[in-house]
Design a protein around this ligand. Structure first.
Ligand code: TTP
Ligand code: MG
Ligand code: MG
Length: 455
């Protein structure tokens, strides 16, 4: 195989135990103690993150707070202060921007940087990584872990390898050797179903996967098999600051009490759809793929996805689609959590390709956004939401600001079901699963690809 070996100039930066580290920084008495951010120990809801001290007790992100309290009775439980973490996140990103303009924020606490053009000024990529670590430590009192590699895929895996306060460089040409001993679950695009299929084929490590003939993988997993083969070798063509199609916007809501009431579930989906639409309009993008996430009282988590006929930034089509997707999954079940995500984002330049929706509806929606900004989210809401007494958009999902999360690319979309339990750590980008990269329009929607659950 011929391939151009590029240099290792891509950095992936990720803060260590971000929310908890901010709290420990601001409250020195918490340093060295097990800190669990997410809420009171007896509360419903889940752990956002835990300090490394708390992780020793087995506490993990997305674990129910009550489980965390049982595992770590001496833990210090703190509420999520979304506004503070967003502010600190902005400060970190500002430091990163001093080193290169080529930056792609991937979640609230991580970013990819391409420093190819900065080496003349700041030294080789690894030296830049050291400088960034020092700047974040000295100026913000936080530690980060950095991976340096020739592709985003490998840089991201590298940054996670020696946490906390890690720095791992994978020289160009050594990607496959670096990945070979690692478990396949580390790769983007290996959810529980794919993992099961690969295990059947005898692959436990990425090296095992790389050794399977591509034909075999394609026969078993379709086009996804071919992509996985490339990823196993460290090949990832996506550029830093890549296309909007790989980003998403999502909102989710955990009910105070599990509910089987269709009215409540529908009203919640509407509120979430409105929040998502508002953020799309705020980001001047439209989405072509809608995903719903449903978790029931047994913690069975399902995601369903559909590609729209035309991209949108309006609540109505998002809500309609979410409702259709959610209905079969919620009927007769007690529901704990619902989420709505929009992905396959397109910027206005691309939008000209699609028929414009009614411009008056857009103006009305934008006016609504303006009022929300002036008077708070609760000022404008529909009658049925008032009845349901739902939280405002800002309360719903404090971990998800209007940032553009980089999502692991997926080869195919379609409706799919995840297996339980929810596995947030592998995704690494927040409490919510990673919806897909948009399918090219024209690709029929709604098929179950069965290959890769969004978990
Ligand atoms: P992560 O970077 O995944 O985790 P982390 O920074 O807490 O720890 P690590 O050292 O392993 O990187 O997520 C960043 C923040 O996002 C995290 O501090 C809290 C929030 N988050 C959630 O709210 N829920 C989740 O399930 C996850 C994974 C993160
Ligand atoms: Mg982190
Ligand atoms: Mg992160």
């Amino acid at each position: 195989m011929i391939r151009v070996v590029s240099r290792a100039t891509i950095l992936h930066v990720d803060l260590d135990a971000f929310f908890a580290a901010v709290e420990q920084r601001d409250r020195p008495e918490l340093r060295g103690r097990p800190v669990i951010v997410g809420g009171a120990p007896g509360a419903r809801g889940v752990v956002s993150t835990a300090s490394y001290e708390a992780r020793r007790f087995g506490v993990r992100s997305a674990m129910p707070l009550r489980t965390a309290a049982a595992l770590c009775p001496e833990g210090v439980f703190l509420a999520v202060d979304g506004a503070k973490y967003r502010r600190v996140s902005g400060e970190v990103m500002a430091i990163l921007r001093r080193f290169t303009p080529s930056i792609e924020q991937a979640s609230i606490d991580e970013a990819f940087l391409d420093v190819a053009g900065s080496e003349a000024l700041f030294g080789p990529a690894e030296e830049i990584a050291r400088r960034i670590k020092a700047a974040v430590r000295d100026e913000l009192g936080l530690t980060i872990s950095v991976g340096v590699a020739s592709t985003k895929l490998v840089a991201k895996i590298a940054s996670d390898l020696r946490k906390p306060d890690g720095l791992v460089t994978v020289p160009a040409g050594q990607e496959a050797a670096f990945l070979a001993p690692l478990p396949i679950a580390r790769l983007w695009g290996v959810g529980p179903q794919t993992r099961a299929a690969l295990t059947e084929l005898g692959a436990a490590t990425i090296g095992d996967l790389a050794a399977i003939p591509v034909d075999t993988l394609v026969r078993r997993l379709g086009q996804h098999g071919a992509t996985l083969h490339e990823r196993a070798l460290g090949i990832d063509p996506s550029p830093v600051g890549g296309d909007a199609a790989a980003r998403s916007v999502s909102h989710e809501h955990t009910f105070g009490v599990d509910t089987a009431d269709p009215e409540t579930i529908e009203a919640t989906l509407l509120a979430l759809a409105e929040g998502v639409a508002e953020r799309l309009r705020g980001g001047r993008v439209r989405a072509s793929t809608i995903t719903v996430k449903i978790r029931d009282s047994t913690f069975r988590t399902v995601t369903r996805q559909r590609t729209l006929a035309a991209p949108t930034d309006l609540a109505e089509p998002i809500y309609r689609t979410a409702l259709e997707l959610a209905r079969p999954e919620t009927r007769g079940r007690r529901i704990r959590l619902v989420g709505v995500a929009a992905s396959g984002l397109e910027e206005p330049a691309q939008l000209a390709l699609f028929g414009e929706e009614d411009p008056r509806r857009h103006r009305a929606a934008e006016a609504t956004d303006a009022i929300r900004h002036r008077f708070g989210d609760r000022a404008v809401t529909r009658a049925r939401l008032l009845r349901a007494a739902l939280p405002g958009a800002e309360d719903r999902d404090p971990t998800q600001p209007l940032e553009r999360r980089r999502l692991g690319p997926r080869p195919t979309a379609g409706e799919r079901e995840s297996t339980q339990p929810h596995e947030p750590r592998r995704a690494g980008d927040g409490a919510w699963s990673r919806p897909d990269r948009a399918r090219p329009t024209g690709d029929p929607g709604g098929a179950d690809d069965g290959a890769e659950p969004a978990d």
